[in-house]
Design a binder for this molecule. Structure first.
Ligand SMILES: CCCCCCCCC/C=C/C(=O)SCCNC(=O)CCNC(=O)[C@H](O)C(C)(C)COP(=O)(O)OP(=O)(O)OC[C@H]1O[C@@H](n2cnc3c(N)ncnc32)[C@H](O)[C@@H]1OP(=O)(O)O
Ligand SMILES: NC(=O)C1=CN([C@@H]2O[C@H](COP(=O)(O)OP(=O)(O)OC[C@H]3O[C@@H](n4cnc5c(N)ncnc54)[C@H](OP(=O)(O)O)[C@@H]3O)[C@@H](O)[C@H]2O)C=CC1
Length: 299
């Protein structure tokens, strides 16, 4: 290969609609996806549906849930799709959601995908106490409250289950400009490791799942603007391409399948090795304020 031959990078994913697991692998199973009305949550829900799962989508806004319900119900092979409005910071409402799951689907969710999260870029010196609390309460405490209810219900029934918590790679590295979200995701990773041990004896598997850069149309304006500052995102990844949301869905359906039952307490990163990237000599440091175009600090 000479220097003029383009490098291949990691190969493109199979087309939408393809799947690795056998058709009907999730027939008769109920999968609860928080934040399942948008973005990556919706893509993960679609892959479970394609394999026969019934779905329960949970989030705060009907305008996110209604279109997703309609679209996911049309996925070939999908079981019934329902949704519940719920702010995952509200433990009482979460209990009602599980009651509604049993009423609508006749069973507890077999799989819980904790995908809902909150995030916005902000230099830490500008972050308000309430801004910190909103992100940590949704991302970490919300994940705990959902998982706690799932675990309690299954322990009471004596039934098995599988939990997947969507994380971010800055759980390991820190996330300058996203200190609240990075701290919360580090907490999520730790929670996965604690609960996998606590609940393994009862047949409940708990794993983390970390997406790399997987652009989608629901990304928040703040995050989209940040990404738009760096053109050609493919060239910035070791894979020489960004990820497709369905690649996260395929990983999720594997992790909750019988073939991955002995994997627990693990956090799987689906990012083409982007988070491992290091240069021998790094680019010059640009302060977060400058990266975010915030101007001088004005207390
Ligand atoms: C860059 C490179 C890309 C690189 C990209 C790297 C991405 C890394 C991986 C992670 C990705 C993700 O998590 S993506 C997931 C992103 N998705 C979301 O966040 C969707 C949900 N978001 C939301 O609902 C809201 O934005 C959020 C505020 C976070 C939560 O809603 P609430 O209703 O609870 O909160 P509110 O009452 O509106 O606000 C609570 C406080 O937060 C403050 N606040 C709200 N939005 C704010 C904002 N944009 N900037 C500053 N502060 C903000 C408010 O002023 C309040 O503080 P006071 O004024 O003091 O009261
Ligand atoms: N996109 C990416 O490249 C990356 C994403 N991630 C992670 O992937 C996951 C999905 O992200 P993405 O799809 O991009 O983000 P989105 O903004 O599209 O999705 C966030 C979802 O969470 C729901 N949500 C937010 N707050 C609450 C709440 N309090 N209660 C219930 N639901 C809530 C929202 O629905 P509603 O507003 O209706 O409540 C929305 O559906 C997150 O965990 C994120 O941290 C990690 C690394 C990279």
């Amino acid at each position: 290969m000479d220097s003029t031959t383009p490098l291949p990078g990691l190969s493109a994913p199979p087309p939408p609609g393809a799947h690795a697991l056998s058709p009907g692998s999730y027939d008769g199973r109920l999968v609860l996806v928080t934040g399942g009305g948008t973005g990556l949550g919706r893509a993960v829900a679609a892959e479970f549906a394609r394999l026969g799962a019934s779905l329960l989508l949970v989030s705060r806004r009907e305008e996110h849930l209604a279109p997703a319900r309609a679209e996911l119900a049309k996925v070939p092979g999908a079981g019934p799709v329902t949704s519940q409005l719920c702010d995952i910071r509200d433990a009482d409402r979460i209990a009602e959601v599980f009651d509604a799951a049993v009423a609508a689907h006749g069973r507890l969710p077999d799989v819980l995908v904790n995908n809902a999260a909150a995030n916005f870029p902000v230099p830490s010196e500008d972050m308000t106490p309430n801004g910190w609390r909103a992100v940590v309460d949704i991302t970490l405490t919300g994940t705990f409250l959902m998982t706690r209810e799932f675990g309690r219900r299954h322990l009471a029934e004596g039934t098995p289950g599988s939990v997947i918590a969507v994380g971010a790679s800055y759980a390991w590295t820190g996330g300058p400009g996203f200190a609240h979200s990075a701290a919360a995701k580090a907490g999520v990773k730790s929670l996965v490791e604690s609960l996998a041990v606590e609940w393994g004896p009862y047949g409940i598997q708990v794993n983390g799942l970390v997406p790399g850069l997987m652009p989608h149309e629901d990304m928040t304006a703040d995050i989209r603007t940040g990404l738009d500052r760096a053109p050609d995102p493919d060239a910035r990844q070791p894979a020489l391409r960004v990820g497709a949301p369905r690649e996260l869905g395929w990983a999720a359906t594997f992790l909750a399948s019988p073939y991955a039952r002995f994997i627990s307490g693990h956090t799987l990163v689906v990012d083409g090795a982007n988070w491992q990237r290091r240069d021998l000599v790094n680019a010059p440091v640009t302060p977060v304020r400058e990266q975010l175009d915030r101007g001088p600090f004005a207390p």
